[in-house]
Design a protein around this ligand. Structure first.
Ligand SMILES: [Mg+2]
Length: 376
């Protein structure tokens, strides 16, 4: 089986609720989504997606994603999409870095490989762990009262995991506001619930230490991605008794190994388009598991294609190390594909159809904006 054609589609994904706020006064109203469709010489079709979280999250932006695919796609024509390590090496030798761009192509190859095997993707990634995957709710930065109300609303939908966004600037209220946000969100905590306070790299160690000093003892939560650099994170780690989960700082296998070597954290947030697709995700999942780290399986943001990818990876992750998965469908106000994975009592199951198990709506995608082919 050989890759015969790669087509690229572009769709805008408006933010559900109008605006999403992160630390550093970052605001997002829409995400620019790139979708790849790979067709093989035997007519099999696979889909993959990469949707950067704007241009100010990690070093990726949507027009860059598509420019990088312009280099990567022609290099993959004629290759066997099932040979995921060979595909990854070819992308590596064609263009350094740009994991976001590799993602759409890598995922589409995995979709084809699983369809060809007649298996749902999770069964290609180690096998389905029975039961639904716990999905985390995401609470954007807001007033403490509004954030507490959102936790209650999500709890009423069955969610057991809650990600609380912190990182208020001094003008917005600084460490005192962040401490109030955490107190408010945990005020009605129920047994079995799991909380993350996620700063998305937006705190200085000084901000984090002031915030923590304002909190009462005994609050059960994990501090996620407090600082933007390794030095700051390591400095805080030495002076903080809370468990730490690192997200944006860990993109490559080398980053993860550094975190393990320096004992920087207790868990890791793995995001499909941040790590570079399924191939590096499963490598990093194995490394993290060997180090005893808990994992949050996510993507930066995305459509049903991204959601299906997350669910298959999470569905095949050992449950004792899986804290939660992200449902990006909850973050955007558009549906571009069918995906039979409803959230029931705060969890979802990867579909049982072969491959990713999604069917894109071609009227939503429109015409391809780029197409690459050649003699396989
Ligand atoms: Mg995070």
């Amino acid at each position: 089986m050989k890759i015969a054609q790669i087509e690229v589609f572009q769709v805008d994904l408006p933010v559900k609720g109008g605006v999403y706020r992160l630390s550093g006064e970052r605001e997002y109203t829409s995400f620019d989504c790139t979708i790849a469709r790979i067709t093989t010489d035997c007519g099999r079709i696979g889909w993959g997606e990469s949707t950067p979280f704007g241009a100010t999250y990690v070093a990726a932006h949507a027009t860059g994603t598509r420019a990088a695919i312009e280099l990567l796609a022609p290099a993959l024509i004629g290759m066997d999409p099932r040979q995921y390590d060979r595909i990854w090496e070819r992308m590596q030798s064609t263009l350094s870095g740009h994991r976001d761009a590799r993602t759409a192509l890598d995922v589409a190859c995995w979709d084809i490989a699983a369809q060809a095997a007649g298996l749902p993707l999770c069964d290609m990634l180690g096998g389905r762990v029975s039961g639904s995957v716990p999905v985390i709710s995401s609470i954007g930065g807001d007033t403490p009262e509004a954030m507490r109300a959102k936790v209650v609303a999500h709890r009423n939908q069955g969610f057991m995991g809650h990600s609380i966004k912190i990182g208020a600037s001094e003008a917005q209220g600084g460490p005192a506001l962040d401490a109030e946000r955490i107190r408010a969100c945990l005020a009605d905590r129920q047994p079995g619930e799991w909380y993350l306070a996620d700063a998305n790299n937006g705190l200085s160690p000084e901000h984090a230490l002031r915030m923590l000093a304002l909190l009462p003892d005994g609050l059960d939560f994990v501090l996620e991605a407090p600082c933007a650099t390794w030095r700051e994170t390591q400095s805080l780690r030495a002076r903080c008794s809370l468990p730490l989960l690192i997200d944006e700082l860990i993109q490559s296998e080398a980053d993860l190994i550094q975190a393990i070597d320096h004992d920087t954290c207790d868990g890791v947030g793995l995001k499909v388009s941040k790590q570079g697709g399924i191939t590096p995700m499963i490598r990093q999942r194995n490394i993290a598991a060997a180090a005893g780290m808990v994992m949050s399986i996510q993507d930066t943001v995305g459509s049903e294609i991204s959601c299906a990818t997350i669910l298959h990876i999470a569905q095949s992750t050992p449950r004792r190390l899986l804290r939660c998965a992200l449902d990006p469908r909850a973050m955007v106000d558009i549906s571009i594909a069918t995906l039979d994975a409803p959230i029931v009592n705060g969890g979802a199951e990867a579909p049982s159809f072969p491959g990713l198990g999604i069917t894109p709506d071609l009227t939503c995608l429109g015409e391809p904006i780029a197409s690459y082919w050649g003699d396989p």
